[in-house]
Structure formats: structure tokens, C-alpha cells
Design a protein around this ligand. Structure first.
Ligand code: NAP
Length: 293
């Protein structure tokens, strides 16, 4: 099995971003600015936002985090978003999901300016993506495509099975990999909780993308010999041997599946780092647009 190493790939892409940013700041331009809104004190969300901040600094971006308490109202959050939409010093921002129960997530997403929606979650960006127009592509699906491209994985004419149809991962990645373009042109089957004979379908996959949100769900008998495996899942499980008290596992049982694969992402260190890098790439794209670069 060969590793689809998200960490190494992300370092290579971050170096390219940092170089470009250095060029702009050397000319006297301000650096790109990525902001995040974090509501509540969910541990995983705090970690994600901290990682985004760290990566922003690594490539020379300005980074800000706007923190709100778990009992923030939807109205307050919409006001904060409207402020960021108008702030000329911010090139892009994200609202870290999930949001507390009292807040309607879709209403919040819809209020983000499509021009600053570097997560690519607004209907306008999703519509543009589906039409093949210039768009901010959702970060995780974009990261999956970058990873496959980085390792020159042949996608053309391959059968790609996507497990999971969420708006942020499964549905957009299925769309992107089926498009008529380099690094795509797959024949895509999109599976979900109502799919019958799931293992029969996943066994046909040349490329299997798993975003099901169930720890170690995919086992060896569900995977074809020589497949390319992308595990998007992230789960914290208690582990007393770790200083943190937990370890991260994916949606795939790697201990038995990896040996069958030609290529596979590790968890952690696979898709996760590329998701953050895609966010940086989208922010840089917004910055270039705003400065006409
Ligand atoms: P999600 O919104 O929970 O969607 C899960 C999908 O899996 C749904 O489409 C669901 O089908 C399907 N599903 C659930 N149980 C199934 C079953 N038994 N058989 C077949 N399909 C089943 O998940 P998500 O937001 O896409 O996230 C998926 C995983 O990726 C999670 O572990 C998440 O933490 C991780 N993630 C990682 C990153 C990263 O950067 N690495 C980013 C985002 C998410 P229905 O539609 O029928 O309910």
C-alpha cells in the first residue's frame, strides 16, 4: 500500500502559497486575511479553528477568530456575519459548524457573502460549482481532488464510489470527480443510508471515498484488491495510552483494509490537512480577485 500523505502534500502546497504571499507583501500589499467565527465551546471545533489559525500564520496570512458563547442568538450571529461581509480587510471567512441548536445553520450559511464564502457552502458557490463556473469549491472535496492530483492518481474512466451524500463532503466530491476535466472524468456512484447491497457496490470501486461519519465502518470485504482509498472520517476515541486521552480514527478499519489497497489515506494526516490548505487556497483566490492580481 502506498500512502496518500496529506501532511506532506499540504506542506508542499503551503510552501507555494507562502511564496506567493511573500511576493505580494514585498510589493507593499497587505497579506491575505482569513477569519473564523466560532460559536460555543465544542472541543473538536476549537481544535479545527486553532489548526486553521496556525496554518494561516504558516503561509503569512493574517488570521482572526471571532468567538461567541454557546447561547448566542441567531440574530447576533447574523449581525456578526454582516459585519465581516462588509469588512474590506477580510478576504474570506468561515463559520465553524456545527452551530448550537437555537441557530438555523442554513440561514447562517445563506447570509455569508458568496465572494467571501471560502468554505464554498453558500447556494451561489455550490450552484456555480455544479455548473462548472468559477467558484469557491468546498474545502474537503477540493482537498480530496488535490490529494489525488498530487499523487497523479489516474481518475479518467475509473469507477469512483462515494460513501455518504452530505452537502459538505459526499455530494460535492461526487460532482467534482464526475466532471469533464483533468483529474476527474470518473464514473461516480453515490451511496447513502438507503443504498441496498452496499458492500457489493463498494467492492466495484477503483476509487473509494468514504465520508459516512461512522467509526471503522468500512471493512476488508467491502474493498476491491488494488483500490484507491480516501477516508474522510474523523472520530475521537478514548485512549489512555495517549497524553491527550484520545486518538483519532477514520470511517475505515485501516488495520484490515489498507493491505488490499494500492493507495490509501492515513487517519489522521490524510484528508484533514488538505481541507485546511484548500481553505487557504480559496482565501488566496479571493484576495487575488479583490486586488485584481
Ligand atoms: P454526515 O453529514 O453525517 O453524512 C453522512 C452520510 O453517510 C449521509 O449521507 C448518510 O446517509 C450516510 N450514511 C450514514 N450511515 C450510513 C450507512 N449505514 N450506510 C450507508 N450510508 C450511510 O457526514 P459528513 O459531514 O459528510 O462527514 C463524514 C465524516 O467525515 C465524519 O466522520 C466527519 O467528521 C468527517 N469530516 C472530515 C473532514 C476532514 O477535513 N477530514 C471534513 C468534514 C467531515 P443519509 O444521507 O441517507 O443520511
Amino acid at each position: 500500500m502506498n500512502l496518500l500523505d496529506g501532511k506532506q502534500t499540504s506542506i508542499a502546497i503551503k510552501e507555494r502559497i507562502a511564496n506567493e504571499v511573500r511576493g505580494y507583501t514585498a510589493k507593499g500589499l497587505r497579506p491575505p486575511h482569513l477569519a473564523a467565527i466560532l460559536v460555543g465551546d465544542d472541543g473538536a471545533s476549537q481544535t479545527y479553528v486553532a489548526n486553521k489559525e496556525k496554518s494561516s500564520h504558516e503561509v503569512g496570512f493574517t488570521s482572526s477568530v471571532y468567538r461567541y458563547s454557546a447561547n448566542t442568538s441567531e440574530e447576533e450571529l447574523l449581525k456578526a456575519i454582516s459585519f465581516l461581509n462588509e469588512d474590506d480587510d477580510i478576504d474570506g471567512f468561515i463559520v465553524q459548524l456545527p452551530l448550537p441548536k437555537q441557530i438555523n445553520e442554513q440561514r447562517v450559511i445563506n447570509s455569508i457573502s458568496p465572494e467571501k464564502d471560502v468554505d464554498g457552502f453558500t447556494p451561489i458557490n455550490i450552484g456555480r460549482m455544479v455548473l462548472g463556473e468559477d467558484a469557491f469549491i468546498p474545502a474537503t472535496p477540493m482537498g480530496i481532488c488535490s490529494l489525488l492530483e498530487h499523487y497523479n492518481i489516474e481518475t479518467e474512466g475509473k469507477h469512483c464510489v462515494v460513501l455518504g451524500r452530505s452537502n459538505i463532503v459526499g455530494t460535492p466530491v461526487a460532482n467534482l470527480l464526475s466532471r469533464n476535466r483533468k483529474g476527474a472524468n470518473c464514473t461516480v456512484t453515490l451511496c447513502h443510508s438507503r443504498t441496498k447491497n452496499l458492500a457489493e457496490i463498494t467492492r466495484q470501486a477503483d476509487i473509494l471515498v468514504v465520508a459516512i461519519g461512522k467509526p471503522e465502518f468500512v471493512t476488508a470485504e467491502m474493498v476491491k484488491e488494488g483500490a484507491v482509498l480516501v477516508d474522510v472520517g474523523i472520530h475521537r476515541v478514548p485512549d489512555e495510552t495517549k497524553k491527550s486521552g484520545y486518538r483519532i480514527i477514520g470511517d475505515v478499519k485501516h488495520s484490515e483494509v489498507d493491505a488490499k489497497c494500492e493507495w490509501a489515506t492515513p487517519v489522521p494526516g490524510g484528508v484533514g490537512p488538505l481541507t485546511i490548505v484548500s481553505l487557504l487556497q480559496n482565501t488566496l483566490k479571493s484576495y487575488r480577485r479583490r486586488f485584481g492580481l
